[in-house]
Design a protein around this ligand. Structure first.
Ligand code: CO8
Length: 258
């Protein structure tokens, strides 16, 4: 296990695990943590031995938001000069699947970071919200946009304007998270999801992620065209030949990532 500032990393086969580790402030996201996170993720994205990234918090908190202590006295120009969102843009560009292992609080920037992940496995203990309104601001890292796309206007307005926390069950019911798992298995279950995903063909994983994300950006007809082109391109991969031959020959495929 190696130690980065505020982040711990370990690898489980082709899954790179990153754990946020600022327990005293419930994993509040300061600039240093976000920079290291973007750097680590870019490193894993470029590393052929890694196929999936698993991002986890602690059992008590995934992340309770941006670090309020860092922002309390900031002026507009301080905030603009820090350009914190550049780190978030870097995370947005990661091509490999990112699985989130969420337990406890996922609030404000924590909820926004969770929504940057692709598959969200969350403990039944999770409490998810955008409570910025309670401290005089509003979401700034995509909360009003991604939450609204995920759960619809009515619930997004409720969460953003009241600052209330959703339970894991509510988040699941409204399509904000992918799976809810028992509290004692939250990390193991997320790792199982990531490891199972890591056994899939790498290029298909990457194209499928890219295509699903386009659904938020493109009108349907363009999204369908985009999807079709990526689908055709997969017929130029060894893994497509192997996957389909293995199916026909009733054997397990052996993917090479080519
Ligand atoms: N920032 C800094 N410190 C925090 C934060 C935070 N976001 N959240 C909790 N802490 C600290 C507390 O101050 C406390 O420290 P101490 O022990 O020194 O007093 C410690 O963590 C434990 O917290 P509590 O004692 O409050 O624990 P409780 O179990 O009573 O309450 C809560 C847990 C409900 C999570 C509560 O701590 C809370 O409400 N936290 C703030 C949640 C919040 O408002 N989040 C939004 C922050 S603003 C934001 O995210 C904007 C994002 C914009 C984009 C990102 C740009 C970088």
């Amino acid at each position: 296990m190696t130690q980065e500032a505020h982040l711990l990393t370990e690898s489980h086969g082709a899954v790179a695990v990153i754990r946020m580790n600022r327990p005293k402030v419930l994993n509040a996201l300061n600039l240093e943590l976000m920079k290291s996170l973007a750097e680590l993720m870019e490193g894993f994205d470029a590393d052929d031995s890694i196929k999936v990234i698993l991002l986890a918090g602690s059992e008590r908190a995934w992340a309770a938001g941006a670090d309020i202590g860092d922002m309390a006295e900031a002026s507009v120009s301080d905030m603009a000069q820090r350009d914190q969102f550049a780190q978030w843009e870097r995370i947005k560009r990661i091509k490999k699947p990112i699985v989130a292992a969420v337990s406890g609080f996922a609030l404000g920037g924590g909820c926004e970071l969770m929504m940057h992940c692709d598959v969200i496995v969350c403990s039944e203990t999770a409490r998810i919200g955008q409570p910025e309104i309670n401290i005089g601001v509003m979401p700034g890292a995509g909360g009003t946009q991604r939450l609204t796309r995920a759960v619809g206007k009515a619930l997004a307005m409720d969460v953003v304007l009241s600052g209330r926390f959703l339970t894991a069950g509510e988040a699941m019911q409204h399509g904000l998270v992918s799976r809810v798992v028992p509290r004692e298995h939250w990390f193991r279950e997320a790792l199982n999801v990531a490891q199972s995903m890591a056994s899939k063909p790498a290029i298909a994983l990457r194209f499928a992620k890219e295509s699903v994300l386009k659904a938020d950006e493109l009108p349907l007809s363009q999204g369908l065209e985009y999807e079709r082109k990526l689908f055709y391109m997969l017929f130029d991969t060894d893994d497509q030949k192997e996957g389909m031959s293995a199916f026909i020959e009733k054997r397990k495929p052996s993917f090479t990532g080519k």
